[in-house]
Design a protein around this ligand. Sequence first.
Ligand code: DSN
Length: 422
Amino acid sequence: MATMTHEVLAQADPEAAAAIGRERRRQVDGIELIASENYVSEAVLEAVGTVLTNKYAEGLPGKRYYGGCEFVDEVEVLAIGRVKELFGAGHANVQPHSGASANLAAYFSLLNYGDKILGLNLAEGGHLTHGKDVNFSGRFFEAHFYGVDHETGLIDYDKVLEKAKEVRPRAIIAGASAYSRIIDFRRFREIADEVGAYLFADIAHIAGLIAGGMHPTSIGHAHITMSTAHKTLRGPRSGFILTDEELGPGVDKTVFPGMQGGPLMHVIAGKAVAFREALQPSFRDYARRVVENAQAMAAAFVERGIPVISGGTDNHLLLVDVGSIGISGRKAERLLDTVGISTNRNTIPGETRSALQASGIRVGSAAVTTRGFGTQESTRVADLITQVLQAPEDEAVLRRVSNDVLELTSGFPVPGIERAGL
Ligand code: DSN
């Protein structure tokens, strides 16, 4: 078996191995707060690094276009069965390579070029694939947007209905990449029904919270649910689609041969392992701690005088309004990088800066919770961030916080990465 120190790789390709080694160290030493990232288990890492990468398996289990698929069939059947059980879905396709390809396939299983779609504005928490002009979703469809209330930071469902009545979209997309409150999928379905639209739910960010009982599900409300596996759900980087028995065959055909060629069977193996992990009772505990930690960070920022959009969070992320203390999101992101804290700049509702500069940073708790941080450590993280943002030019503060970050992370091993091997 390959060791986590990658000795064979180091011999065969020292340059690639060295870069991977530096990234491994960054993941261990730093505080990872990017809301769309997590640390997979050692079992998931192993599954993704197996010989399944060698196999072509176009088609579905039992219906492939290649011979020799009997064992990868077993793996894909496991992944499908587990994810259906996890979310209570009637049908699952686990082949999308990513969230974007899951969305692409889901849309085209029900929509045609030029159809109208209505999604959450990217600048107010949406996603590129929900209709942004530079993305396929904005180029292939006629995209319209709803937003959030600039005062409260919340989706105003009456306004969504108003917009839906005005636009008459063929599909409404419910989902976000920077929204910290519960998404009311039931209400979205009522709106969709009222205007005769399909409802697509993009649960990429909150999938682990839904699986762990910390967020209401989209299943039973959305016609099609799309997700990634690698955020709060803690699987390998990839996507999947859930729907019912009626719409399932159309989704399958749109994934392959519609959009993709051979599925990445090694990644599907990683998904199968991660879905099994998420079915364990301990995953519910993880999901609860993710939300508690995000709430502890939000409360700590507010207490220290840095506002958080909507005043707090119901999920794994918060949007911190760093613009309010005179720093752009870009500057905050860069400063925090220098002390070993990874975040990303993000626009905030009513943004006054360009998207490149932005006035917010997005902070997520999924990865730090995986390595064992509790509310005490999360509060300390918010405190360290505040120290940096309040004294951005003070080299002594930056040095001290860098040391504090190392001290904090050294007590919390990352799953699948041995410190000794660094
Ligand atoms: N880029 C991801 C995120 O950070 O939310 C979504 O695709």
